[in-house]
Design a protein around this ligand. Structure first.
Ligand SMILES: CC(C)(COP(=O)(O)OP(=O)(O)OC[C@H]1O[C@@H](n2cnc3c(N)ncnc32)[C@H](O)[C@@H]1OP(=O)(O)O)[C@@H](O)C(=O)NCCC(=O)NCCS
Length: 158
């Protein structure tokens, strides 16, 4: 299936409400408070984060996905990535993750890391597709429900 064409752009403060809506469209995701998102927005590093914008037939744009990541020294950490439930499996996540990896490499990160619920097979499969490897585990990392995390890592040092 042809991927849905979206525009990937840097996040803006005004995007927070849509980001929260998309996050809430997935029940299994850990829900961050709106305040946490605004706090991240006041952190300069938040500007590395991207949203995916879809042009609707009406001509208006709507945000259908986001990736939030943080680059410190040579490590880029994906804090969260999600595509609106109704637009999943249309290639949007792939475009967002590709943009995050490219930006991380541009800013001299040597690896990209993330945590994922052990039961989140769709996301694990998605990351394996980018050749992320399971590098470790964190016991009871998640709450509601309590669950271990896999730590996944992608080497981008070349
Ligand atoms: C994980 C997520 C971001 C992927 O985004 P997406 O736009 O749906 O993914 P894409 O369409 O770009 O898929 C790329 C590849 O990932 C894999 N993949 C994606 N969704 C999958 C699923 N439900 N089951 C199995 N593999 C999947 C496939 O290999 C897919 O390629 P293919 O469609 O050609 O087979 C999205 O499903 C999502 O928002 N999930 C809920 C939030 C979440 O769990 N985030 C991770 C937190 S750690």
């Amino acid at each position: 299936m042809k991927a849905l064409e979206v525009r990937i752009r840097k996040v803006r403060k005004s995007d927070v409400d849509r980001i929260v809506d998309i996050e809430r469209s997935w029940h299994h995701l850990s829900h961050w408070s709106i305040d946490s998102y605004y706090r991240l927005l006041n952190d300069d590093s938040f500007t590395s984060s991207f949203v995916a914008e879809l042009e609707e037939e009406s001509g208006s744009n709507s945000i259908v996905g986001f990736v939030i990541f943080h680059i410190a020294a040579d490590v880029s950490e994906i804090y969260n990535i999600a595509v609106e439930n109704g637009h999943a499996r249309s290639g949007i996540g792939k475009q967002l993750m590709t943009a995050a990896i490219e930006e991380s490499a541009r800013r001299k990160a040597r690896k990209v890391i993330l945590e994922v619920r052990k039961s989140n097979n769709p996301a694990i499969n998605f990351y394996l597709g980018f050749t992320f490897k399971i590098a470790g585990e964190r016991k009871s990392y998640y709450s509601n429900p309590i669950e271990d995390a896999y730590v996944m890592e992608l080497d981008i040092s070349d």
